[in-house]
Design a binder for this molecule. Sequence first.
Ligand code: NAD
Length: 356
Amino acid sequence: MKIAILPGDGIGPEIVEQAVKVLNVLGESFEMETAPVGGAGYEASGHPLPEATLKLALEADAVLFGAVGDWKYDTLDRPLRPEQAILGLRKNLKLFANLRPAIMYPELAGASTLKPEVVSGLDILIIRELTGDIYFGQPRGVRECPDGPFKGEREGFDTMRYAESEIRRIAHVAFQAAQKRGKRLTSVDKANVLETFQFWKEIVTDVHKEYPDVALDHMYVDNAAMQLVRAPKKFDVIVTGNMFGDILSDQASMLTGSIGMLPSASLDANNKGLYEPSHGSAPDIAGKGVANPLATILSAAMMLRYSLNKAEQADRIENAVKKVLAQGLRTPDIYEAGTTKVGTTEMGQAVVSALS
Ligand code: NAD
């Protein structure tokens, strides 16, 4: 099995190095090939997603991605900015389902801004649709307002849309994920106001007929945002559109205390995927050896589970992470009095030791 390793910028190379170390001690014969992406891609060949990097990602069975971006590229034309690499990879690899687990390890309950009893033991999975919705709908732009009270003024506008097949395929991913977990799925919409989401609700309800073992409920996005901080543990799997998913997954990430703990997967129709930590390239701490590598290590575990069919190895990694947390090891972002502060490399090494 071939894994494309794309470390990227900022803390990307430091944290990906730890995940590669972990993959190397599993006793599997993965072929791993590294290529530059983001700002590193731009430096190497004048484009954030160099042709050779894209070719490698297309050939590989899975992609392990660090993070891209740095303030020094902010003045480049938009198509040359590091972040464009992610959009290019998503499009070329036809990734449409973004899976973001938010897990609160009991040892870290004190690191959340919410009361420990609200978040301790939290384990939810947010599934965000990635290709449709208001982010890509046409037409969009700024025009002269054609009618109504603001007629003649300039107005900005976008188009919210979802095709039936787009809703069906993400609903299948969500029901199947729920089958492997607590068998409960919440579909988040705004069906009371938006036609697109009335349609979404209708299609998700129809797909549900194929998954009678999963309990489905529907929730308006405003209520979901409130419930996520009021009683987050009542959720199992949440599925929603591109925009609501963008917002709710970031909100859920903060329930767990640190963005440095959150892995993610973006999957295509055949479970090939791109795996990356939910955070960015953190240029403020890059090169200091303090970044938390656990989100990337847990992303590698997701890669084993969803793309490489190695669920047992994924479990081993997740258990090793629990073990190092139970040992009291903490990078600065999750450090609390009474625990042991370690750097990026020590944390990676501790996971390797826990595995062996
Ligand atoms: P960020 O996620 O990089 O950092 C936000 C804060 O979280 C910073 O204080 C950072 O130090 C901290 N942080 C992030 N990851 C951490 C880790 N593993 N361990 C400890 N602390 C961590 O977001 P930002 O600062 O808004 O963006 C920085 C750059 O990353 C920008 O160029 C942005 O465009 C890019 N970005 C890339 C991705 C991606 O590659 N998928 C995602 C988001 C942002």
